[in-house]
Design a protein. Structure first.
Length: 410
């Protein structure tokens, strides 16, 4: 095959040029690493993805709720066809406290629930189809950034891989991040997928959220897969307290057993270091997660779109020129609209989360009251929740009492 192509001069030259391409090594075949790898490989880059796990997408540590924004990123027909989208949510019921007699506000939404395993596997497949190589059971144990080398444990062997560009898509405890001295705080997302017992049922199209002063700015949730199967969870900073509150929440729904799906959720910080020369971080490794909801899929994929464009630009400078540092490239692209927009979005979520943490019990009650306003419901339904700046402005115009909430933003 190779000889046959080599006989043709034009194609042979093309292959030789391909061989000289910079090698992009991505650590982590989670959704963000695979999506980035897929985009880069599609544009002709030489991409290798190293993953510690033996199977993509397992175990699941995610609720799998995403906004329709995903349809701008991936082909939604395929997501339905491959049964990656397993449910559609039409409303969110926001409850103050978990007791059933407490008042709640119901807001129409249009979100989707995905099967995370199938989602991750789909992205990995796309990456491979586009030409990226994925190596499973390859755990990166050390990085020598002065030599551009990563050391990998595979079975009982140690392997060495060199790179021109290294991307850490290796989640909240990123080894790549620690090698560039990038620090982040992680909180706990406790979750269980469970079958409801006899006498218990939920509305398949309603996603329940529980807010309370004691949740310290975070929340509990019940997300239905069906009327009988739910994903129940709670986020929090303190593991002991979060576990206690999670037990209380499970008790309300009479859940005693199920599949544990807990994991760490990074706390976004605009000051977090996400690049150093030819090393980049992306997704949870870069803490690109909405601080209000813990949602990292859409922001991570948007960040991958931006980073892939940057790396493709770098690719044009062949071979990778150390003098043309990633910093210079970043400076050049600093004013890039999408990058600024994503950063602004994530920053806003962080500010909202800080405000929620400062709210008193009576302020929570008043927020619930405001959310019952018809105008507010309409805005929340019509506006894209992945564009919170516009959303907040519209909400304030429609319901000035929400200013009460804004005072905590300061
Ligand atoms: C309980 C919970 C619920 C959540 N719910 C939602 C939700 O509803 N919606 C949403 O959008 N987001 C949600 N999230 C967040 C979402 O799961 C993450 O933002 C998303 O998984 C980030 O993808 P990633 O590819 O950056 O990282 P990950 O999915 O963490 O993937 C990183 C990969 O890197 C691999 N890796 C790590 N270290 C190494 C190493 N040394 N060598 C090789 N490979 C390595 C890991 O095995 C893993 O496969 C939730 C998170 C939790 C914990």
């Amino acid at each position: 095959m190779h000889n046959k192509l080599g006989n043709n001069n034009k194609i042979g030259n093309k292959i030789n040029r391909r061989k000289k391409k910079n090698k992009i090594v991505i650590i982590g075949a989670g959704p963000i690493g695979c999506y980035l790898g897929s985009r880069l490989a599609k544009s002709g880059c030489n991409v290798e993805i190293y993953e510690a796990k033996k199977k993509i997408g397992e175990p699941v540590q995610c609720t799998g709720i995403i906004t329709k924004e995903i349809e701008k990123i991936l082909d939604s027909n395929i997501l339905y066809e491959k049964e990656i989208i397993i449910n559609n949510i039409k409303q969110v019921e926001i409850n103050h406290n978990i007791k059933k007699n407490n008042k709640s506000a119901v807001i129409p939404i249009d979100d989707i629930i995905i099967d995370r395993t199938k989602f991750d596997q789909h992205l990995a497949k796309l990456a491979q189809i586009n030409g990226a190589k994925i190596f499973l059971k390859h755990r990166v144990i050390r990085i020598d950034k002065t030599r551009n080398e990563v050391y990998i444990k595979f079975k009982n062997e140690n392997k060495k891989v060199t790179y021109d560009i290294l991307v850490g898509a290796d989640g909240p405890t990123s080894i790549v991040g620690s090698n560039i001295n990038s620090k982040q705080e992680n909180i706990y997302g406790l979750q269980m997928r469970a079958k409801l017992k006899k006498g218990f049922e939920v509305d398949k199209q309603t996603y329940k959220v529980f807010i309370s002063k004691k949740y310290d700015g975070y929340f509990g949730w019940v997300v239905p897969e069906t009327e009988k199967i739910i994903r129940i969870g709670l986020m929090g900073r303190n593991v002991k307290n979060t576990k206690k509150l999670f037990e209380e929440l499970k008790k309300e729904f009479n859940i005693t057993s199920g599949e544990h799906q807990s994991g760490l959720i990074p706390v976004y910080s605009p000051r977090k270091k996400i690049k150093e020369r030819n090393i980049f971080l992306i997704g949870d490794a870069a803490a690109q997660v909405k601080a209000t909801t813990g949602g990292g899929l859409v922001p991570g994929m948007k960040a991958a779109q931006i980073l892939s464009k940057q790396i493709i630009t770098l690719q044009k400078i062949k071979p990778y020129n150390k003098k043309f540092t990633a910093k210079k490239l970043q400076d050049r692209l600093k004013k890039k609209y999408e990058q600024v927009k994503l950063k602004r979005e994530l920053k806003l979520h962080k500010i909202i989360n800080s405000a929620l943490r400062k709210m008193t019990t009576s302020e929570y009650e008043q927020i619930i009251k405001c959310l019952k306003n018809k105008k507010i419901k309409k805005i929340l339904f019509e506006e894209n929740r992945d564009n919170s700046t516009k959303l907040i402005l519209k909400l304030l115009i429609a319901e000035p009492r929400l200013i009460l909430f804004v005072k905590n933003l300061i």
